[in-house]
Design a protein around this ligand. Structure first.
Ligand code: FAD
Length: 294
């Protein structure tokens, strides 16, 4: 993707194809400790050797990592030299605080943001004027700034949506506010992605819908994450995990093999790229990525 920085997409929504090949991105989260920061930057440096098109940095639940998210994207883009995208969510911030964050990102030449609803903690009290849904945040960003805006979507339907139809109607509304591309929640069965893609296209959504893939690195970890986001582990994968879950090294092998097959089929059937959920670790993602390049 040339110089670091720059929009991932033009307003024409076709830049996921602009390079004439799939666009690859890696997602990281702000660490909690100083040691975590050292390890994060090491991981980013390692993955940089693979030539990702961009990396993204998550926004902590409740807005807790607002500053860290901003610092990390700026550092990755300006010092490590990879185009970086900041995630932002509605939770825990007033519109003024979000505006301050967006101004800081714009000042640092960060041009890409992922606008999210976020998950409300059980005792959540929204700050005055806070947005509730990602479409409101995306509209706010679009009304004042020139960022390229991404948003989330759910091949298996968002867990709080009353029905797949309602979730899709909400997605249509979100995209209409000026969202340039979508990244999916992680999924392990490509049939879910292709069925969702067909429904989204039939509903008039024409922006790129990028599969989000998480190579499994441990059984406990993936069980926790899939429970949180209500993603389904297909029976075949579950059976294979059960056979090896006592051993993290063997589990990682299963995860790498599954994710590689998933990505290969997605790309063969026209996916605009792959967004890897890295869990701040490089080995599994690197191996999947390297096999795709062969
Ligand atoms: P929304 O689009 O607001 O949707 C949330 C729910 O509300 C859905 O059920 C939807 O159908 C419904 N809905 C949407 N709009 C309306 C409306 N106007 N009226 C009524 N109902 C509506 N979380 C973080 O905290 N930080 C992160 O960095 C982060 N990164 C993510 C990256 C990706 C690629 C994905 C897929 C998820 C990420 N998440 C992150 C998780 C995300 O915040 C949660 O899944 C959250 O529950 C929904 O976010 P959303 O942006 O899809 O919200």
């Amino acid at each position: 993707m040339g110089r670091p920085g720059g929009r991932l997409l033009a307003m024409r929504n076709d830049a996921y194809y602009r390079a004439g090949r799939p666009v690859f991105s890696f997602e990281f989260s702000p660490p909690k400790t100083d040691a975590g920061f050292t390890s994060l930057y090491r991981t980013v440096e390692e993955l940089k050797l693979l030539g990702p098109d961009f990396v993204s940095v998550t926004w902590g639940a409740g807005g807790s990592t607002r500053r860290k998210t901003v610092e990390i994207v700026i550092q990755i883009q300006q010092e490590i030299g990879i185009t970086a995208m900041a995630h932002l969510s509605c939770i825990g911030s007033t519109p003024d605080q979000l505006a301050e964050t967006l101004a800081r990102l714009e000042g640092a030449r960060i041009e890409n943001v992922l606008a999210l609803g976020g998950d409300r903690p059980p005792d959540y009290v929204a700050p005055p004027g806070a947005f509730t849904y990602a479409n409101e945040l995306a509209a706010f960003i679009r009304s004042r700034w020139g960022f390229c805006i991404g948003a989330a979507c759910y091949p298996e339907t968002h867990q709080l949506a009353p029905s797949p139809e309602a979730d899709l109607a909400n997605l249509v509304r979100k995209v209409k506010t000026g969202v340039d591309f979508l990244i999916t929640q992680l999924f392990f069965d490509n049939a879910d992605y292709f069925a969702f893609l067909a429904r989204a296209r039939a509903a008039g959504i024409s922006v790129p819908i990028v599969p989000g893939i998480m190579p499994i690195i441990s059984a406990a970890n993936i069980r926790r994450i899939t429970a949180l986001c209500a993603a389904r582990i297909p029976a075949e994968l579950e059976a294979r995990l059960r056979r090896v879950e006592h051993d993290d090294a063997l589990t990682l092998e299963v995860g790498v093999e599954w994710a590689t097959r998933q990505c290969q089929e997605l790309l063969d059937r026209g996916a605009p790229g792959i967004h890897f959920y890295t869990m701040n670790k490089s080995p599994a993602t690197r191996r999947v990525f390297e096999s795709l390049r062969r």
